[in-house]
Design a protein around this ligand. Structure first.
Ligand SMILES: NC(=O)C1=CN([C@@H]2O[C@H](COP(=O)(O)OP(=O)(O)OC[C@H]3O[C@@H](n4cnc5c(N)ncnc54)[C@H](OP(=O)(O)O)[C@@H]3O)[C@@H](O)[C@H]2O)C=CC1
Ligand SMILES: N[C@@H](CC=O)C(=O)O
Length: 427
């Protein structure tokens, strides 16, 4: 049987999974593709690091030239992370005619269009199924199964680390820092977890999902992003009392033919399936004009689930090599869409306040709301400490413009501080 040689950049969580799965499923993969896939060379950063994996017959190096100049290597899997270095390596590899598979959402969300052009020019495949929602095959599903539909909304939990942290905080009262440490140990978090907890990782995934679902390019600057680092355990509990779970959601939707993309903590009613998504699992809801709402659920991070998505790309590339059909676009980056206006995007909100316990405070808050044409749904007051009360309000639907003005108005009031304001997903 003919051999297809594979190069791998990175031998961390995902890289180790790729090497393991390629070995474990070698004969099944050969049956599907008609080729024997062999990992020939792996590039790592630290050659002295002890590896808990069988690397017999594989060359491990820290010199990318060993892959670039090896004409026997046809496919390269980039699972090392970083943006600048990974971009430079992938450009050199594409120019050398290698097909690329990457799990690097930071890179694809930022330079996907540029790299896709270079891949086209060199008749190479550039696939990145693992870059969004780990083990869920969401990108190919959108490309293949929604081709004839018109998608109007894509929303979901697309970051495993933050969902894991929120689950542990909510169910086990685990402090934020302890839950984050555990997510890091389990290999879910990015090497630098700032992007996870600040919502940037989810925003990168929403950029890619927006391209696939709507054919529209957005950048990080077009997305309102809020992470989970400011979330108070008391708000998680308060939301629960009201029948909601707080989840970090990405929401991309068409509003009057303009695109709105947001990432942030959202109160999800317990009755909704997204509310039941626990730990590192992800779920993406795709709403098509014809099909209605569909949901795709599975592990969003971790060694083997992510490696499985990488392997599905490896098999797709190998089939293209065999059939000589490589170089087809995974995705069309051509359209620039218009941004939805802040007054067009409407949700009910949850607002949590620290209010000095003195007469007339609620009246002042009500005045701000009334002036801005907004109204409460319910108000709950509890003790914050000896001097302050915690006031939690849910509102009727209002625009993003209104909620911003309300928050500014309330912050201007003396002895009243806004702790949090989160969207509420309608029932
Ligand atoms: N972990 C997950 O669940 C998921 C991760 N991803 C993405 O996959 C990619 C890899 O993530 P993950 O496996 O968790 O990361 P790890 O930190 O576990 O592994 C990174 C690997 O890349 C190597 N590396 C880093 N920089 C360089 C460099 N400059 N040159 C050569 N090798 C380098 C490291 O080498 P050394 O071992 O020598 O230090 C290490 O083996 C990232 O883009 C991430 O966003 C996507 C989906 C899920
Ligand atoms: N750090 C990411 C890994 C997968 O993309 C996450 O937690 O989702």
């Amino acid at each position: 049987m003919q051999v297809v040689n594979v190069g791998v950049l990175g031998l961390g969580t995902v890289g180790s999974g790729v090497v393991r799965l390629l070995k474990d499923h070698a004969s099944k993969i050969s049956n599907i593709t008609g080729r024997k896939l062999v990992v020939k060379t792996i590039v790592v950063h630290n050659l002295d690091k002890k590896r808990d994996i069988d690397l017999t017959g594989i060359k491990v190096t820290n010199d990318i030239e060993e892959i670039i100049n090896d004409e026997e290597i046809n496919i390269v899997v980039e699972v090392m992370g970083t943006v600048a270095t990974a971009k430079r390596y992938i450009e050199l590899l594409l120019s050398a005619g290698k097909h690329i598979i990457t799990a690097n959402k930071d890179l694809i969300a930022t330079y996907g269009s540029e790299l896709a052009e270079l891949a086209d020019k060199n008749n190479c495949d550039l696939f990145y199924e693992a870059s969004v929602a780990g083990g869920i095959p969401i990108l190919r599903t959108i490309v293949n199964s929604f081709a004839a539909d018109r998608i109007i909304e894509v929303k979901g939990i697309v970051n495993g680390t933050t969902n894991y942290i929120l689950t542990k905080m909510s169910q086990n009262n685990m402090p934020f820092s302890e839950a984050l440490k555990s997510a890091q140990e389990l290999g879910f978090a990015e090497p630098n977890p700032t992007n996870d907890i600040e919502g940037i990782d989810a925003a990168y995934k929403m950029i890619i999902l927006t391209q696939f679902a709507f054919g529209i390019n957005v950048t990080l600057d077009d997305i309102e992003v809020e992470g989970i680092n400011g979330i108070d355990l008391a708000d998680i509990k308060e939301a629960k009392n009201l029948g909601y779970n707080i989840k970090l959601l990405g929401i991309a939707k068409l509003v009057n033919d303009r695109i709105s993309v947001n990432v942030g903590p959202v109160l999800v009613p317990e009755t909704q399936p997204l509310s039941a998504v626990q730990n590192e699992n992800n779920a993406v809801l795709v709403t098509g004009a014809a099909v209605g709402e569909t949901m795709f659920y599975g592990p969003g991070a971790g060694e083997l689930p992510t490696a499985n998505s990488v392997l599905s790309d490896i098999i797709a590339v190998t089939k293209d090599i065999v059939l000589e059909t490589a170089g087809n676009r995974f995705n069309d980056f051509s359209r620039e869409g218009k941004q939805a206006l802040p007054e067009e995007v409407r949700y009910p909100y949850y607002i949590s306040l620290k209010v000095k316990d003195q007469p007339g405070q609620m009246l002042k808050i009500t005045e701000v709301m009334t002036k801005l044409n907004a109204s409460f749904h319910l108000i709950i007051q509890s003790e914050y400490d000896d001097t302050y009360a915690r006031v939690v309000m849910t509102t009727h639907e209002m625009s993003q413009k209104q909620i911003k003005e309300i928050i500014i108005g309330i912050e201007d009031l003396e002895n009243i501080n806004v702790i949090a304001s989160y969207k509420i997903l309608p029932e």
